[in-house]
Design a protein around this ligand. Structure first.
Ligand SMILES: NC(=O)c1ccc[n+]([C@@H]2O[C@H](COP(=O)([O-])OP(=O)(O)OC[C@H]3O[C@@H](n4cnc5c(N)ncnc54)[C@H](O)[C@@H]3O)[C@@H](O)[C@H]2O)c1
Length: 444
């Protein structure tokens, strides 16, 4: 099938590459000339496991093309996927300018039936707005061309995006159009072979499903973080509590890890956007607001612990930081807890020596050259001469370091573990003062 994907970011590029992999003729359109040039030159603008080979293979086979030519993109696909960014607006609601710009382009150039698919995460009611913009653009041309607007939220996880797309848990399609449903069933059939993954529903329910999923996952994290803070006050161990509750099949073990807060390009903005869109229809989403407030507080927790350890005097102190990406297996630093921590350390007069297996370039883009940030080439190099180690992202390579080496490199043997990846007893044995989340402080 001829398919067009608008947006070549984390979602658009993965979607385009996976749809090309199963034999479709895909054009990926992006307004970012540098990104398109890089992709056409064989480069990949993001780190995502498995994506490089997939993109190159399909690009070389001619099934996956990259362009900034919006008109060519619109003319190409019977299905037009919109996978552009929906960043938070000033008040936290989803900024739909990119989505609506694509809608306008589609209306401007289309001359036969199109299925327009909202894959970006967008508030309930957006499909109607997209349809109105397309219709307006058609009217401006004096054209009457048939189209459907479908909601098809994306549930892939960064770090496992290719696998998630190729073997999805579910494919949600929101439409009342039989024609659009039939076409999308064909598009997704290769990803639904094991059993039918397609869940058909009305457009608004599909739009809300995405916010419901992210809202609930964020709620699980904030709930555990609230409990972790309580555990610390009670002198209980949240990791024991986690095992205790996870064993209940109604609760389960996944997504109940306490930590230094959630980040990334989705949870923070989607939780906020859900709250703002509820407000706009006169409803106060109290639970969702609390999830956000707890997370904002949690993102400050590591800094508070560091600051308290050094008696609120970080001037001249150097903090070694392991992990910049918001989670392992990605280079994405959008709303990452590492950023809150670094910015608080800098504001307090401290310095940071940071290392991340993939996000070093991204950190360089965000912060540029600054005297109080040194991006180091290895985890060991980040430790040299630092006064403390803070672990923010649970990359595999941080899980079992040479603790004697860590101790020898730090001017004071102290670790702040934002992901509870180390064992407090081991830390005590090796003589490292250890702070983690919800397990109290353990002096060496
Ligand atoms: N990143 C994720 O893990 C994830 C998962 C599920 C859903 N989503 C949602 O998918 C959407 C895209 O997210 P992302 O992380 O891929 O964003 P991104 O910022 O990585 O990519 C967006 C791309 O869209 C391009 N773009 C902007 N305006 C355009 C236009 N008018 N025409 C063509 N391209 C245009 C940008 O240049 C950019 O390359 C968001 O709504 C997000 O919430 C993201």
């Amino acid at each position: 099938m001829k398919l067009t994907i608008h947006g070549a970011g984390y979602v658009g590029l993965v979607t385009g590459a996976c749809l090309a992999e199963v034999g479709n003729d895909v054009i990926n359109v992006d307004v970012d000339q540098a990104k398109v040039d890089k992709l056409n030159g064989g480069g990949i603008p993001i780190f995502e496991p498995g994506l490089t080979d997939l993109v190159r293979r399909n690009h070389e086979a001619g099934r996956l093309q990259f362009t900034t030519d919006l008109e060519a993109g619109v003319r190409h696909g019977v299905v037009q996927f919109i996978a552009v960014g929906t960043p938070p607006d000033e008040d936290g609601s989803a900024d739909l300018q990119h989505v609506l710009a694509v809608a306008s382009n589609i209306g401007r150039w289309m001359d036969d039936y199109k299925v327009i698919v909202d894959k970006s995460t967008v508030p309930v009611g957006t499909a109607d707005r997209v349809a109105a913009v397309v219709r307006q653009a058609l009217d401006d041309r004096g054209q009457d061309v048939d189209f459907d607007v479908v909601s098809n939220p994306e549930f892939l996880k960064e770090g496992a995006a290719v696998g998630d797309f190729m073997k999805p848990d579910r494919i949600v399609i929101g439409t009342n159009s039989e024609q659009a449903a039939k076409i999308l069933r064909r598009v997704y059939q290769p990803f639904s072979r094991n059993h039918d993954k397609l869940i058909l529903m009305d457009v608004r329910s599909a739009e809300l499903t995405k916010y419901a999923a992210n809202g609930l996952l964020a709620t699980k994290i904030s709930f555990m973080n609230e409990l972790a803070n309580l555990a610390e006050l009670y002198d209980a161990d949240i990791e024991k509590v986690r095992i205790g509750i996870g064993s209940d099949p109604r609760i389960g073990y996944s997504f109940i890890y306490p930590g230094c807060g959630y980040g990334g390009s989705c949870f923070p903005k989607d939780v906020r956007a859900l709250s703002r869109s509820a407000e706009q229809i006169g409803y106060r989403a109290e639970l969702i607001d609390a999830v956000e407030a707890i997370n904002n507080r949690q993102k400050e927790l590591l800094f508070d612990k560091v600051s308290a350890h050094f008696n609120a005097d970080l001037k001249g102190k150097t903090i070694a930081l392991w992990g910049l990406a918001f989670k392992p297996n990605t280079d994405d630093m959008r709303e990452a807890p590492s950023r809150s921590l670094m910015e608080s350390v800098w504001a307090a007069g401290g310095h940071v020596r940071a290392y991340d297996p993939q996000a070093m370039q991204e950190a360089g883009h965000i912060y540029g050259e600054r005297a109080d940030l040194l991006l180091c080439e290895s985890a060991e190099a980040a430790l040299e001469g630092a006064d403390a180690l803070v672990v923010v992202t649970e990359w595999q390579e941080f899980r079992s370091p040479d603790f004697d080496g860590v101790k020898a490199s730090l001017s004071e043997p102290v670790i702040f573990d934002g992901r509870n990846i180390y064992d407090p007893d081991t830390m005590q044995e090796v003589g490292i003062t250890y702070y983690s989340i919800g397990r109290g402080a353990r002096a060496a």
